[in-house]
Design a protein around this ligand. Structure first.
Ligand code: ZN
Length: 172
């Protein structure tokens, strides 16, 4: 299986009946540089084998900042965003009525291993949100996590442009 991911706009719908429920939510404050800090929440079902311990996320984020800098990208934190990392089963991630809080209109029939959900600019909530498939091969989970974490960094540094997808794929 290949890592397949997408950006999605994330309209905050008031009717949240399709929202996925998590058994576990853990929160930690993370600093990835002197001036770069935010809150990370990791959510999952405890029955799953979850690789996304906070230390791994922190290491990837620090690496991602240096990676963006190597492309001459200004990595100032221009948008104050916290981060939510959600692990859910591949089948559930791709169940569009269950995941009705995501705007699927630009995705076509593609089935995804991960999503970085951008805020709805009309209704900013103060965080970026990543969904990762929890029940696929570990190397694909890690590649997808790296890809989506780079999108979070691009979002919070306001550096999303036409190259963002290419850079995130190379970072996997
Ligand atoms: Zn992407």
């Amino acid at each position: 299986m290949l890592a397949i991911s997408a950006f999605l706009f994330f309209p905050r719908v008031s009717n949240a009946s399709g929202e996925y429920t998590f058994l576990s939510n853990e929160i930690r404050a993370v600093n990835i540089s002197n001036t770069f800090s935010f809150k990370v929440t990791v959510s999952h079902n405890m029955t799953e084998n979850i690789p996304a311990e906070f230390d791994r996320i922190e290491v990837i984020l620090r690496e991602g900042l240096r990676y963006l800098e190597s492309y001459g990208i200004n990595t100032t934190q221009c948008k104050k965003l916290d981060l939510k990392v959600r692990y859910i089963e591949y089948e559930n991630l791709n169940n569009r009525s269950l995941m009705s809080s995501l705007n699927w209109s630009s995705i076509g029939d593609t089935r995804l291993t991960g999503v970085y959900a951008l805020e709805d600019p009309e209704n900013p909530a103060g965080y970026g949100e990543i969904f990762i498939s929890s029940n696929i091969e570990m190397n694909v989970i890690v590649a997808t996590l790296r890809h989506e974490l780079l999108h979070f960094l691009q979002d919070t540094t306001c550096s999303i442009d036409s190259n963002s997808e290419l850079l995130a794929t190379r970072f996997e």
